[in-house]
Design a protein around this ligand. Structure first.
Ligand code: ZN
Length: 147
């Protein structure tokens, strides 16, 4: 997410660069060659700092846009989901979605196939994202319960 520190850094860098450029312009030929080079180096540094801060802002904005799209998609998905008391389903798709991922993160993540866990002695469906395991009473996961 774009943070105030990145925005402030970009503005500060641009403001500093502008001040240096004005100083160089106003000094004109009276500025000594060494001082002129020093001010140009400061100007380049300020512009580089501002460029870096703006690049970070660009990344932040892209991440925010992606998250916004994901949340919009989640709203669309929410309208299509039904809940059987344990899992979420969508019409035409028999694979359930992880309730933890949906309810906590608004992410519709299919749980893995039901498999017998001989160590735990029950059928289990595991979410590939959050690794939550859901016990099921029998191979028909419609009667599943969380555990
Ligand atoms: Zn999950």
């Amino acid at each position: 997410m774009p943070d105030i520190a990145s925005i402030t850094a970009a503005i500060t860098g641009i403001r500093h660069a502008t001040e240096i450029a004005k100083l160089i312009r106003e000094a004109g030929p009276t500025l000594a060659d060494a001082e002129h080079k020093l001010k140009l180096a400061e100007l380049i540094d300020s512009l580089a700092d501002a460029k870096l801060a703006i690049a970070e802002l660009k990344d932040d904005v892209e991440k925010r846009d992606a998250e916004l799209k994901r949340l919009r998609d989640a709203l669309t998905t929410k309208a299509k989901l039904t809940h059987n008391g344990v899992f979420y389903f969508t019409e035409g798709d028999s694979t359930p979605f992880c309730p933890r991922c949906w309810e906590m993160d608004s992410r519709a993540i299919h749980v893995g196939p039901e498999a017998w866990d001989s160590k735990l002695a029950y059928y289990l469906r595991v979410c590939p994202q959050c690794k939550s395991g859901y016990k099921t009473r029998d191979p028909n996961f419609g009667s599943a319960y969380s555990g």
